[in-house]
Design a protein around this ligand. Sequence first.
Ligand code: ADP
Length: 423
Amino acid sequence: MLRIWVSGTALTCLALLLLTVLFPHGSIAMILLASILLGLASAGMSASQARAMRRSVETSLELSARQVRVTLDTLQRESSRLEAILSSMVEGVVAVDPLLRITFVNRAFAELMGIALPIEPGVPLVQVARDHALLDMCSGVLASGQSQQKRLVLASAGARSFEVQVAPLTGDSHRGAIVMLYDVTDIERLERIRRDFVANVSHELRTPLAAVTGYAETLLEGALDDAENGRKFVEIILAKARQLNNIVTDLLVLSSLESGKPPLPEAISLRESIEGALRTVEPVAKTRGVRLVCGPIDNSSVLAHELRLEQVFVNLLENAIKFNRPDGEVRVDMARSNGHTVVRVKDTGSGIPSRDLPRIFERFYRVDKARSRATGGTGLGLAIVKHAVEQMGGSVSVESRLGQGSVFTIALPSAENNLSANS
Ligand code: ADP
């Protein structure tokens, strides 16, 4: 009887011990079960009763162990899923404890701060991000328990701009704060470009508009009766109105290049496109006494958009004529290289200073503003060329020598190569 009692008690103690380990916070049902077992064991029982009881305890322990394994597996899966989500996030994430020591960082945060992973747990945040504004935000959130959001430029992340969100972490074992960094540098740059663009457009429109208004007023105030000056003023008004028209037309072209899906490139005959553009600029070339020379253009086709390609050649040829000297020459040549068809537009004009070369494809950038305006230029022609050529999968480049002339080169994918590669 004593043996049974001893073995019963031992079994019960073992069960209690196991339950305490498996369920540290105690499950009422389990403790109740253990208490009943203890009671039964103490009350004494036969050997068969003891065996039956041992079996039932073993069975329920096995069940519990299986349940715990399932719970642990689920937790592990949840934790891996959470880690995978945090790792794949483009936002930088870092968690800190109440003493501002790092407890977790994701890959994006490590890349932003230029640190190698894995990071030693417990490293102070200040060692990785020496930005007082960020550290102050974390301390503020830890002290108040309230989330904060601010836009900060972080020196430790290459002086990029971030929308920073810091939220408190609550819970017994993991108090602290979690920081999320959303990189807004590119968005800010685009916002700035848009603001500058609007300012530039307004400025470009205001100058000719002021001239139109001014000369119209002068005419009304009496110049209409002055035959010679009256005609001159009307001519100026007409020239300014044409300039306004050019600006608006170029802006519309740029806007159509930027908005919506570009049309699919088709096989376009290069010769037809170049000949069309040459016909368009011929009258201007004649007026300015500039010779147009076209080298041999074979029957090759390029992958492009018909209207845009001709516009590209017209813009390049107009510039080559405009910035040429009287009795100068503009030459168009064609060559092939690495699956691309290359067209060169070469002039004998003023050339472009090397310091201006990297900027001439920017909107409204002109080397000589007065000369450009005097020739009806908008400062948008080359921006349209670059945009259109790149949209057709090509590229544009320029070489120039002051006083000797410039060469603009565009490379476009040859239709033959691309079509045969696709078939
Ligand atoms: P614009 O309407 O002024 O011609 P573009 O965008 O076509 O505007 O050209 C920008 C500037 O680049 C011009 O104002 C001019 O200063 C310079 N440029 C362009 N093409 C040539 C060229 N062939 N020779 C000399 N300068 C040129």
